[in-house]
Design a protein. Structure first.
Lengths: 267, 453
């Protein structure tokens, strides 16, 4: 089996296993390249008909290209889409300029997802996070339980054996499942290339700039790049020294650190 | 190895963030700190002390706990750029390259340093530590004892070792730090919060002091630094509306130190080492000085509009500053850097010249000292050191902000850090120089524990 097929099989196995264990499951789709790859793998796992809903957390600050891409794929792939919005906070005018970026992320992303989980009584969420994405994610496991406060309850973390976690889910806890944890950024692009996966146009260079990581408009900045094709992106990532999320502001702990330092006159 | 349980030595170390030598002296003269004065008569001496360079808490406390300079421990500030990029990150305990003294004393040290090499073989017992609220020890990691991280700790669950400590701290609603941002809104409420935070910190300290076994107990008080940042102008000015409150804080502090000291004496009588120290001094601010703006005006720095923070550095940039005044030459190792090795030394002298000409109110000098990195740093991490570091004259607070329109400005802060005015209190006659540097102190702690009975 070639390398990409091995990665693919492992992911599909986890997705199928997760669905078998938790019927009340959904997949979180940010419309970015990683979760679109995960979405593709879910389609493959169930032969084109994904049996669970796909959640898109809509902060209302996403790029127009992302909304368009989302709606096209929903139609094309016949997805059961749940749009999660924290309507109450949006009505109150929550945004990156209202309060802090951290608060904005917390309300419009984390709490919006909490609302969806509660409303649909979900027990597990599939996420497209990767181990190489971020330092703090290096400790993540394929299955990681969150408590009702959404904190990663690492003390209550079951061993990573399919048959041992089942009885350990507390009433209001949900599992986070990471089927593409073993993919690297480069693997994702190579897989996108092999599968000819459609991808949001923001990833390709326009006027010497492209987005390497996408999210909300106010918190993403493009990188200098002339990569206009997937091959060129692969070449760029192979040779780059900068980190993937360097164009993104919303790493929570960093934002909070920044706030604390600024409050004391640093930065 | 055989361990003798007899004659186990004990140490109590109190860290007071940002307390200046000159203020303590002034308060002694005014007789505001009777308890501390009495302790000094018990065989201790008060010394003025130099902080680390730069004089920020993350660097200074790291220099204290490791006993080495930033060239060896690798912490140069609260902020840093990823190697050869413009991406900002916040160094934490994981970035520290030298072992703190409690790891050497606990026989758990992982990283070799000058201090560990000197004392590793001389410690004949694995001493157990409680390390409480020391800045730049986040995220918490396993030690021989208990660790509760201090500033800039974000998530309390990740700020404790072992995990079981969390439930106690959570049960008393422990707070890592006050929200300094609240000072913007209500100064009265803010200062009351400083007192509240101090109470809860004392409560937690007493709990660990009384209930958990330890050989070294090291606790830091952060509230002094916070009080000084916002109210330092009230410290000696009797007409200041917050003068009495400021003083009340010091009176509480004086009482607390007395109680802790007496407990320590009662428990361990002869065998104890008692140390108090600060990590830097404080003085009143006249003006904030935005060095990046100065570099822009002098043609050394060019910023683009797009990007965040240092990603805005343009290819024409020759030098830029990170807080508080760490100046880096934009050399060819940066993606857009143009300065070659040959151009470095003339650029450095040009920068020094221009910085020395910077004048404040009434033509006062702003820059007191400028150091090139090889003058002040030694060790394997000198490559990541700033090319120049400036220390200001008292009153001119140097800042690395990137978005300022003028070189001079004012802010809501009343106090600023000083390098030359930290303090330490140690036993008399131990051969401490009249004015030590903060990185010299842990050597005396190690000496105390390494001497054979």
């Amino acid at each position: 089996m070639d390398y990409l097929t091995k990665l693919e099989s492992k992911s599909i196995y986890i997705i199928r296993e997760a669905y078998y264990r938790f019927k009340r499951i959904a997949m979180l789709w940010s419309v970015g390249k990683d979760s679109t790859t995960l979405l593709w793998l879910c389609r493959k796992a169930f032969f084109g008909n994904i049996p669970f809903p796909i959640i898109h957390i809509d902060t209302s600050y996403k790029f127009p290209e992302m909304y368009q891409f989302r709606d096209e794929r929903v139609k094309q792939w016949n997805l059961k889409l749940i749009i999660g919005r924290n309507e109450e906070k949006l009505r109150e005018g929550m945004g990156p300029d209202q309060g802090s970026k951290l608060e904005c992320c917390n309300e419009l992303k984390t709490n919006a997802l909490k609302l969806v989980i509660k409303k649909y009584k979900l027990k597990a969420i599939l996420l497209g996070i990767r181990r190489d994405e971020h330092g703090i994610r290096a400790k993540e496991r394929y299955f990681s339980p969150r408590d009702s406060q959404f904190k990663w309850d690492y003390e209550n973390q079951p061993a990573e054996l399919w048959d041992q976690y089942q009885s350990m889910v507390e009433e209001d806890e949900h599992f986070r499942i990471h089927p593409i944890l073993h993919f690297t950024e480069l693997d994702v692009w190579n897989y996108i290339k092999r599968e000819k996966l459609p991808i949001v146009s923001l990833y390709f260079s326009k006027k010497g700039k492209r987005f390497r990581s996408i999210g909300c408009v106010p918190c993403c900045s493009p990188i200098d790049s002339n990569a206009q094709t997937i091959d060129q992106i692969i070449e760029e990532i192979r040779t780059t020294k900068t980190s993937e999320r360097s164009g993104r502001a919303q790493d929570k702990e960093n934002i909070y650190t920044m706030q604390k330092l600024r409050a004391l006159g640093y930065m | 190895m055989k361990y003798s349980l007899k004659n186990i030595k004990k140490a109590l170390i109190i860290g007071l963030d940002g307390v200046p030598y000159s203020l303590l002296n002034y308060y002694f003269k005014k007789d505001y700190l009777p308890n501390l004065k009495k302790i000094l008569k018990d065989g201790f001496s008060l010394h003025p002390m130099n902080a680390s360079i730069p004089d920020v808490s993350s660097v200074s406390w790291t220099s204290f706990i490791t006993g080495v300079n930033p060239g060896e421990h690798g912490i140069y500030g609260f902020t840093e750029l990823l190697k050869d990029t413009y991406s900002l990150y916040f160094p934490n305990a994981e970035n520290r390259a030298a072992s703190p003294f409690w790891e050497i004393l606990g026989k758990t040290h992982q990283k070799v340093s000058t201090l560990s090499q000197k004392y590793d073989k001389k410690i004949n017992f694995p001493y157990r530590s409680i390390i409480f609220n020391v800045p730049q020890t986040y995220p918490a990691y396993p030690i021989n004892g208990i660790l509760v991280s201090g500033f800039v700790a974000i998530d309390l669950k990740k700020a404790v070792y072992p995990d079981s400590i969390y439930s106690y701290l959570n049960s008393i609603n422990y707070i890592i730090d006050i929200e300094a941002d609240n000072a913007k809104e209500d100064m009265n409420k803010f200062i009351n919060n400083i007192f509240k935070c101090f109470e809860i910190r004392k409560k937690a300290i007493s709990y660990f002091f009384e209930n958990k076994p330890w050989d070294i107990f090291f606790a830091c008080i952060t509230e002094t630094d916070r009080l000084h940042h916002f109210f330092f102008d009230a410290s000696m000015n009797e007409d200041h509306p917050y003068h009495q409150k400021f003083l009340n804080f010091y009176i509480l502090l004086d009482n607390w130190i007395k109680l802790l000291y007496e407990d320590f004496q009662k428990k361990f009588s002869e065998k104890g080492l008692f140390v108090i120290l600060s990590d830097h001094g404080f003085c009143s601010v006249k003006k904030e000085v935005y060095i990046n703006r100065f570099l822009e005006e002098e043609g050394f720095l060019k910023l683009r509009k797009e990007g965040e923070f240092y990603e805005r550095i343009d290819h024409e940039t020759k030098a830029f500053t990170l807080d508080p005044c760490r100046i880096y030459i934009h050399n060819k190792s940066y993606p857009r850097g143009q300065i070659s090795k040959e151009e470095m030394s003339s650029l450095i002298s040009e920068l020094k010249n221009n910085l020395n000409k910077l004048k404040g109110e009434n033509g006062e000098e702003v820059i007191d000292k400028i150091f090139e990195k090889q003058e002040i740093y030694q060790g394997p991490y000198i490559d990541m050191a700033p090319d120049l570091v400036c220390l200001p004259k008292d009153g001119y607070d140097l800042k690395g902000s990137l978005d300022k329109k003028c070189v001079f400005g004012t802010n809501r802060f009343a106090g600023m850090h000083t390098w030359h005015d930290a303090f330490c209190i140690l036993p008399e006659n131990i051969g401490l120089p009249e004015k030590p540097s903060i990185e010299n102190i842990s050597d005396f702690i190690m000496q105390f524990f390494s001497k054979l009975e």
